[in-house]
Ligand binder design. Structure first.
Ligand SMILES: Nc1nc2c(c(=O)[nH]1)N[C@H]1C(S)=C(S)[C@@H](COP(=O)(O)O)O[C@H]1N2
Ligand SMILES: [Mo]
Length: 448
């Protein structure tokens, strides 16, 4: 029976089988290089490559997919990368990163949640987190071109200039972008587990109003055919080199079903031209899915009649570890459910004085419609007041008044429930790269 590839779950199962049989080609990366990388064993912090997880991945996928280079349309001689330099120097981020707004983590900048207090439903651009594999490139929109190409188009590659993209019908949506590793540090601090990758607390998320063209309009104008299986946007930022292995430019395939559904090629963020750090002049925005799907500085998009594989959907951004299939989970798609207080971790608060605790909750699955808060380490819970109507793709702001009665250390907890009925659990099952943490965070405070 033919598979319905517009059905996401059927698609994922089929793709996993293809992958296990080694049928898929590896888009631009030599699997033998990756094997060498895993053998080296060292974790590459900013990428989140972990020895255990990646070894499991190569075991299953290394078999027949060493067809390097075939898919790399424009790959020239390896360019030098700024990644190594960026690791030591301050991050290659263009906008100012004042310490009250951001915590710098390698090449990345995490939003301090306390800095969102008093802001509206959109994250102001001056405090939106930045996650860069290398450094922010400075691109001129007049020179920028998007090339759409591949064997599942009806004809030759098609190019779009910035003006041509802007001339297409515009859509506007309020959506979060959240790193798959957001909350990763709590696997360690709360669950005592080792994970690799950037040690985010909860600030690797931002919500913006995105304006752009529909990816589906671009693909149709480029002549996408029914043969299409995967759509692979690629960034114009530097190639990523980790442990001496060049992974190529940042790219991660989208199933054609998702690409034709609700994906945006965004050129505006909160009413401004898309800032350099967030992918300007044009980035992909994939609603509800993990941040790596939303490729910044997009320069070309391959439309393929075969499943495509890159490091970002094989060894990275899948779940490896106990409780996962031996070859790892399917590539991650939707974000999970989280809550955060707009307060420093470890804040000191005065006893007997009433304050309004504020925070935000969000989910990649459905609108958040209930939030409960505990101010006594989880013994008693009360409903928080929601300040926003539950909405898909965004977050809800909430508050509860609190009058601390006894001095000492305590923990504040917030737990959200979304419209699918899912509530944040007490713990999240471990995975080696620390993705999709969704457990209730115990936010330490000291009452004085
Ligand atoms: N070209 C490119 N796209 C990228 C990345 C990158 O390094 N290069 N990082 C990805 C990751 S891991 C995340 S979480 C989001 C972060 O988007 P932001 O920096 O605008 O917050 O962009 C994604 N798109
Ligand atoms: Mo990410």
């Amino acid at each position: 029976m033919p598979l319905d590839l517009s059905d996401e779950s059927q698609y994922d199962r089929a793709r996993l089988r293809q992958w296990a049989r080694g049928r898929a080609r590896s888009a631009g990366v030599d699997r033998r290089d990756l094997l060498r990388l895993f053998a080296a064993g060292a974790a590459a912090g900013s990428l989140g490559l972990g020895a255990a997880g990646t070894a499991a991945a190569s075991g299953a996928g290394g078999a027949g997919a060493a067809d390097a280079g075939a898919a790399a349309a424009t790959a020239g001689a390896a360019r030098t990368t700024a990644a190594a330099a960026a690791a030591a120097a301050p991050p290659g981020i263009v906008k100012p990163l004042p310490p009250e707004l951001f915590t710098i983590r390698g090449t990345n900048a995490e939003t301090n949640f306390a800095a969102l207090r008093g802001t509206g439903p959109l994250t102001p651009l001056d405090r939106f987190f930045v996650r860069n594999h290398t450094v922010t490139p400075r691109l001129d929109r007049h020179d920028w071109r998007l090339k759409v190409w591949g064997d599942a188009l009806s004809g030759a590659p098609v190019e779009f200039s910035y003006d041509r993209l802007r001339a297409l019908p515009a859509v506007e949506r309020t959506l979060f972008i959240e790193c798959a590793g957001n909350g990763r540090s709590f696997y360690t601090t709360q669950q005592g587990q080792q994970v690799t990758g950037t040690a985010w607390t909860l600030g690797a998320i931002g919500v913006a109003r995105w304006r752009g063209a529909r990816l589906s309009d671009v693909l149709r104008r480029a002549g996408v055919t029914r043969r299409a299986v995967d759509v692979l946007p690629r960034g114009l930022d530097d190639e990523v080199v980790t442990n001496g292995v060049n992974l190529g430019r940042v790219r991660r395939p989208l199933p054609v079903s998702k690409a034709l559904d609700d994906v945006i090629l965004a050129y505006e963020m909160n009413g401004e031209p898309l800032p350099a750090d967030h992918g300007g002049p044009v980035r992909v925005v994939v609603p509800d899915w993990i941040g790596i799907s939303s490729i910044k500085w997009v320069g070309d998009i391959e439309v393929s009649g075969q499943a495509l594989y890159t490091p970002w959907n094989t060894d990275l951004y899948r779940l490896f570890g106990p409780g996962q299939p031996p070859q790892g989970s399917a590539p991650l798609t939707r974000q999970t459910l989280k809550s955060a207080f707009e307060l420093e971790l470890g804040a000191t608060v005065p006893v007997h004085r009433t304050r309004l605790l504020t925070g935000r909750s969000w989910s990649g699955a459905a609108p958040v419609h209930r939030v409960e808060v505990s101010t006594d380490g989880g013994a008693r819970w009360q409903r928080a007041r929601l300040h926003d109507a539950p909405r898909r793709g965004g977050w809800v702001r909430w508050s509860v008044p609190w009058t601390p009665r006894t001095p000492g250390a305590t923990a504040l907890l917030a737990r959200a429930t979304d419209a699918t009925g899912r509530t944040q659990p007490a713990t999240t099952a471990h995975n080696t790269q620390g993705y999709l943490f969704d457990a209730v965070v115990r936010h330490p405070v000291t009452v004085v």
